[in-house]
Ligand binder design. Structure first.
Ligand code: GLN
Length: 483
C-alpha cells in the first residue's frame, strides 16, 4: 500500500474502488506500529479505526452518501477534544482526562467521514517549539531522529511526514503549526484569526491562537479548510467566510502579485542555508511573474517579547482552572485546606508551564502591568498597524518560517530564552491575526527548510494560491527510511 499519497489522491482512489478504506487504515496502523516507537508522534492510537473504515467501505459499495474524507486517517493534536478520547495536552495534569464532547473541527470532520487515527504529542499545553516539553517524552524528527521535529504540534508534523496518517490538525499560537511543518517538511497552515472555530481546543492564549492543518500538499490544506472553516455559534470569534472554496482556482498563479520581503526576518542570526533557500524562493516567485522587494516591519524586533508577555498572561488565567476541583487528576480531598491543596495539585505542571504561570502572574500584576503587559499590547497594535499598512501596497509577505535548521534534541532545552528567539518569524502572523503558511522548500544536509508566506486577513484563498505556486517550483527528496 502506498501510504505517501495526498488526501486528494486518497479520496480519488477510494472513490474509484482502487483501494479500500479498510486496507488503507490497516496499513496505516501497521506503519504506526512499526515506526512510532522510534518517533513518538502519538500519545494514543485509535485501534478501532479498522471497524470504522469497514463501515465506510460498506457505504461506498452500496452507493450510499459518503463524506468528503472517505475514511482518510487524520491525526489530531492532543489539545483538541474528541468525545470519549483522552485529551492530555501532553501534561500529567490531564493525563486521564477524557473529553466529554467533540471540538467543532472534529464534529465537522466526523460528518465528512474522516477517521481519527490517534492523538499526537506536543509541548505541554502547547508551550514550546520542540515537543521536548511534553510530559511524556519528546517526538523525534523523521528526517533524523537525533533532531527535534519542532513544536508545539511536533507529533502532528511527524505523523504526516512519517506516513502515519495523511493529514493532521495542530494549533498555532505563535508558530506551532508552521514551525514543526518547516522542521519536518510538511505544509503548515495558520488561518486568519477567526476562520476556524476554537471550540474544543484547550486554550493557551485565546486572543491569537488558531487550529490549523498540517498536510503533504498545499492542495490538501485547501481541501481541509473547505471542511473545517466557517461561522460557529459555539465560538463567537469565528468569521463568516461565506463558504469560500479554497480549492477552486488554487492553480491561478501569482503573476503580477507584489511580495514584500520582511527585512527583520532575514537578519543576523539566520542560518546561511536558510538564507540561501529564501533567496532561491524569492527568485522562483519572480520567475513566475511576481515582483519582490524588501520591506521593513520595525516592530518585529519587539514581537517576541510582546508575544511572551501576552501569551503568559492569557495562559496564567487559562491554566488557573486546573485546580483539581474542576479539572485535574485523581487526588484525595480529605483534610482539604485550599492553599495546601492547590499547591500540591499544581505540582503536576511541568517546568515550562510553571515558568509561564509565574510570568503570567507577574506581567499583568498591579505595579508591573504598565511596564510589561500594557506595553506588550501597545506593541501588538503597532505591529498590526504596520502590517496593515504594508498590505495596502503588497499582496503577500515572505520570510523563512524559522531562521535556523532543526537542532539536536537536548541542545537548547536548558536555555528558554534561546528557544524563544526561534519564534521570531512566526509570532507576527498571530499577533496581527493574519494568515500564514509554511511551504517545504529545501532540504539541507538532510534537514528540511520551510518558507513562510503571509497575506492580509481573509485573503486565505490568495495565500493558498501563492503557496501552491511556490510548492510547484521544487521537488524535494522523500523522508528517508526510519532507522
Ligand atoms: N513557541 C511558542 C510558545 O511557546 C509558540 C507555541 C504555539 O504556537 N503554541 O508559546
Amino acid at each position: 500500500m502506498n501510504l505517501r499519497i495526498s488526501a486528494l489522491e486518497y479520496v480519488q482512489e477510494v472513490q474509484n474502488g482502487n483501494i479500500s478504506a479498510e486496507d488503507f487504515i490497516s496499513s496505516t496502523l501497521d506503519r504506526i506500529k512499526s515506526v512510532d516507537d522510534k518517533l513518538h508522534a502519538f500519545l494514543s492510537v485509535n485501534y478501532d479505526a479498522v471497524d470504522q473504515a469497514k463501515e465506510i467501505d460498506k457505504k461506498v459499495k452500496s452507493g450510499d452518501k459518503v463524506g468528503a474524507c472517505f475514511g482518510m486517517p487524520v491525526s489530531v493534536k492532543d489539545n483538541i477534544c474528541i468525545k470519549d478520547s483522552t485529551t492530555t495536552c501532553a501534561s500529567r495534569m490531564l493525563e486521564d482526562f477524557v473529553a466529554p464532547y467533540d471540538a467543532t473541527v472534529i464534529s465537522k470532520l466526523k460528518e465528512e467521514d474522516a477517521i481519527f487515527i490517534g492523538k499526537t504529542n506536543m509541548d505541554e499545553f502547547a508551550m514550546g517549539l520542540t515537543t521536548e516539553f511534553s510530559a511524556f517524552g519528546p517526538s523525534k524528527n523523521p528526517w533524523d531522529t537525533q533532531y527535534v521535529p519542532g513544536g508545539s504540534s511536533g507529533g502532528s508534523a511527524v505523523s504526516v511526514s512519517a506516513l502515519e496518517c495523511i493529514v493532521s490538525l495542530g494549533s498555532d499560537t505563535g508558530g506551532s503549526v508552521r514551525n514543526p511543518a518547516s522542521f519536518c517538511g510538511s505544509v503548515g497552515y495558520k488561518p486568519t484569526y477567526g476562520l476556524i472555530s476554537r471550540f474544543g481546543l484547550i486554550s493557551y492564549a485565546n486572543s491569537i491562537e488558531q487550529i490549523g492543518p498540517l498536510t503533504r500538499t498545499v492542495k490538501d490544506a485547501a481541501f481541509l479548510l473547505n471542511l473545517i472553516t466557517g461561522l460557529d455559534p459555539n465560538d463567537s470569534t469565528t468569521v463568516d467566510n461565506h463558504d469560500e472554496d479554497y480549492l477552486t482556482d488554487i492553480e491561478a498563479g501569482i503573476e503580477g502579485k507584489k511580495i514584500g520581503v520582511i527585512k527583520e526576518m532575514i537578519a543576523e542570526g539566520t542560518d546561511p542555508t536558510v538564507m540561501s533557500a529564501t533567496k532561491d524562493a524569492i527568485s522562483k516567485l519572480e520567475s513566475l511573474g511576481a515582483s519582490c522587494e524588501e520591506i521593513s516591519l520595525d516592530m518585529v524586533k519587539y514581537s517576541v517579547a510582546a508575544y511572551y508577555a501576552i501569551t503568559a498572561t492569557e495562559a496564567g488565567s487559562n491554566l488557573a482552572r486546573y485546580d483539581n476541583l474542576r479539572y485535574g487528576y485523581d487526588f484525595p480531598v480529605e483534610g482539604y485546606e485550599f492553599n495546601s491543596y492547590i499547591k500540591k495539585a499544581r505540582k503536576k505542571f511541568g517546568p515550562e508551564v510553571t515558568r509561564r504561570i509565574i510570568l503570567g502572574g507577574f506581567v499583568p500584576s498591579a505595579g508591573q502591568a504598565g511596564k510589561y503587559f500594557l506595553k506588550a499590547l501597545k506593541i501588538k497594535s503597532r505591529l498590526t498597524r504596520e502590517v496593515d499598512r504594508v498590505f495596502e501596497k503588497y499582496d503577500l509577505l515572505i520570510a523563512p518560517t524559522v531562521p535556523i535548521l532543526p537542532f539536536r534534541i537536548g541542545e537548547k532545552i536548558d536555555d528558554p530564552v534561546a528557544l524563544f528567539l526561534v519564534d521570531l518569524n512566526t509570532v507576527t502572523a498571530n499577533l496581527a491575526g493574519k494568515p500564514a503558511v509554511s511551504v517545504p522548500f529545501a532540504v539541507s544536509n538532510g534537514l528540511p527548510i520551510g518558507i513562510q508566506l503571509l497575506a492580509n486577513s481573509m485573503n486565505d484563498k490568495m495565500l493558498l494560491q501563492a503557496a501552491y505556486a511556490l510548492e510547484q517550483t521544487v521537488k524535494l527528496p522523500e523522508v528517508p527510511p526510519i532507522p
